[in-house]
Design a protein around this ligand. Structure first.
Ligand SMILES: Nc1ncnc2c1ncn2[C@@H]1O[C@H](COP(=O)(O)OP(=O)(O)O)[C@@H](O)[C@H]1O
Ligand SMILES: [Mg+2]
Length: 292
């Protein structure tokens, strides 16, 4: 295990929470049943979402822009309350939890958004220490520093950049720092909202690979990635859920998507394939598979 010698006693209740969450025995990390959400009481953004997210695997949520992907994530994070329906995280109903309980719940999550949103006046290592200072007040400074350095290494940042400010780093390095910060509290569930939107193909591939390698760092980690990029979904997903108009249109393996008879899925797939998989002039199919 990274960051923690295996036989050191768990010296914090919160470390135990992280362990328990990863060892949670249910097949699903998150169970969403008939969740509806209206902001104005008239139009429903979520129109009855049913979705079970398998524990320990990577699920990618895809769909056109404006179909409710981010709104759904905010419900999973407990940042929005459903108008009706049930959301269970690691077996616990969260729809009716109060602020204090939700704060505790959120320690199960690590989040990486489109813009890593680092603190500009903090170095890489200070950025990663930030959540530890907030939530692990029983830790010594030395321990926080040790954890932060481990997480940065896990995210593939070279040690020589640890004391740099965001402005002194490339986009790729900043993503790694953002990921390291998401990992700071040793979360059982990793959530990414459009992590590669706006990135060039090389950086997109780096981040996709990073999502997979981070997922594999610790057994039992559940990863949820929201993307409008079907090609990425096919590369990294164990399961794909496609949202359309506030409902789950299809949940299945990437293969299920390729074989689907649903019109909109077929269109989304062919669009993704046309855009991403057709060889360009002078490029072989092998170049295509390593592209992106
Ligand atoms: N806080 C809010 N208040 C009102 N409408 C919202 C709010 N957040 C999102 N919406 C609406 O919900 C719909 C889905 O948004 P969103 O989940 O962000 O889409 P996407 O699938 O692109 O992530 C959009 O029409 C958006 O305008
Ligand atoms: Mg969104």
């Amino acid at each position: 295990m990274v960051g923690q010698p295996p036989n050191r006693e768990l010296d914090s209740l919160m470390e135990k929470q992280a362990e328990d969450a990863r060892n949670f025995k249910n097949k699903y990390a998150i169970e969403i049943a008939d969740v509806k959400k209206s902001f104005d009481g008239k139009e429903f953004v979520l129109q009855g979402i049913d979705l079970k997210i398998p524990k320990g695997e990577i699920t990618v949520i895809i769909g056109y822009s404006g179909t409710g992907k981010s709104v759904l994530l905010k419900h999973i994070l407990g940042l929005l309350k459903p108008s009706s329906g049930s959301i269970k995280v690691l077996g616990e109903e969260i729809a009716d939890k109060d602020v204090e309980e939700l704060t505790k719940l959120r320690q199960n999550y690590g989040m990486l958004f489109q813009y890593a949103a680092l603190f500009d006046d903090m170095t890489a290592v200070e950025n990663v220490m930030f959540p530890l200072k907030e939530h692990r007040r029983d830790y010594s400074k030395a321990k926080m520093l040790e954890i932060a350095r481990e997480r940065l290494k896990d995210s593939g940042l070279d040690e020589k950049h640890f004391n740099k400010l965001p402005a002194e780093m490339s986009g790729g390095m900043r993503k790694r720092v953002g990921l390291a910060r998401a990992l700071a509290l040793d979360p059982a569930i990793l959530i990414y909202d459009e992590p590669t939107t706006g990135l060039d193909p090389v950086l997109t591939e780096m981040v996709d690979n990073l999502i997979v390698s981070t997922h594999n760092l610790k057994k039992g980690t559940t990863s949820i990635v929201v993307s409008h990029d079907l090609f990425a979904a096919f590369r990294i997903a164990d399961h794909v859920a496609m949202l359309d108009s506030g409902k789950v249109l299809l949940f299945g393996t990437p293969d299920d998507f390729l074989k689907s008879d649903i019109d909109l899925v077929k269109r989304f797939v062919s669009k993704g394939v046309r855009r991403e998989l057709q060889p360009k002039d002078g490029e072989s199919q092998k170049d295509v598979s390593s592209r992106e």
